[in-house]
Design a protein around this ligand. Structure first.
Ligand SMILES: C[S@@+](CC[C@H](N)C(=O)[O-])C[C@H]1O[C@@H](n2cnc3c(N)ncnc32)[C@H](O)[C@@H]1O
Length: 226
């Protein structure tokens, strides 16, 4: 293992899913994944971009709507989108292909393992965690991604000055995020509490679903001290 392991407990932050892939998704996995996808390995994931490219890691890219739009708007940034569910990986691969994007790679794996094994320390320009699974029941809170040990592992992969940007539509998770991120010894809040919603963050289906249910949305933007 090339990068120091954090020994984080193995609690899955995602829901198990089953079911067959549709024809288009299966075709995307067969034809596009070998070109624009990465499987879990011990190789530096950023090696797929030109040397010197700033790299942003997105944890849980879902169906990839926001990922593809943000990548299109920042063609000089390398985007590593990590998603564990195959249908989401396939959907993002198809969007990348349709838009002809060359600055996105999709990692089909658990982001905890990806951080441990494929991301060198002090290397990322940013980490995005948009609408992570909220795990609303108290007995499931241990599955939430934003907890001190996982955040610590992620922050150590940011370069000095690199940004950790999270968003959620669950009020108690937003409060937990604020507490955990504020408690990390190397993060500083760019705002006084929650951040204003940046207009460059595209709406995802999870965000619009939350808004339809009457939820508010909270953004959090922190930087690793430089
Ligand atoms: C609620 S969805 C939000 C997706 C997307 N960010 C959006 O806003 O539409 C959370 C996503 O994170 C993924 N996820 C959760 N834990 C993960 C992990 N450890 N590694 C990779 N993906 C993960 C889930 O599979 C799911 O697609």
């Amino acid at each position: 293992m090339p990068y120091p392991s954090s020994d984080v407990p193995r609690v899955r932050t995602f829901h198990g899913r089953s079911g067959r892939l549709g024809t288009q998704s299966a075709r995307a996995m067969a034809e596009l994944f070998p070109v624009m996808g990465l499987a879990l390995s011990d190789e530096d994931a950023a090696a797929c971009f030109s040397p010197g490219t700033p790299v942003v890691l997105e944890i849980g890219s879902g169906m990839g709507e926001a990922t593809a739009q943000m990548a299109e708007a920042a063609p000089d940034t390398g985007i590593l989108a990590v998603e564990v569910h195959t249908a989401g990986v396939a959907a993002l691969l198809r969007r990348i292909d349709e838009k002809g994007l060359t600055n996105v790679r999709v990692v089909h794996a658990d982001a905890v393992s990806v951080l441990e094994r494929m991301i060198p320390l002090d290397s990322l320009a940013g980490i995005r965690l948009f609408f992570p699974d909220p795990w609303p029941k108290a007995r499931h809170h241990k599955r939430r991604f934003v907890r001190p040990d996982l955040v610590r592992m992620a922050v150590r992969r940011l370069s000095p000055g690199g940004r950790f940007h999270a968003a959620t539509d669950w009020h108690d998770y937003a409060d937990q995020m604020l507490e955990v991120l504020s408690g990390d010894p190397e993060l500083v809040n760019e705002f006084d509490g929650f951040a204003p919603r940046p207009d460059w963050r595209p709406m995802t289906r999870f965000e619009s679903k939350g808004l339809r249910r009457g939820h508010r949305v909270w953004d959090l933007m922190f930087r690793r001290i430089g």
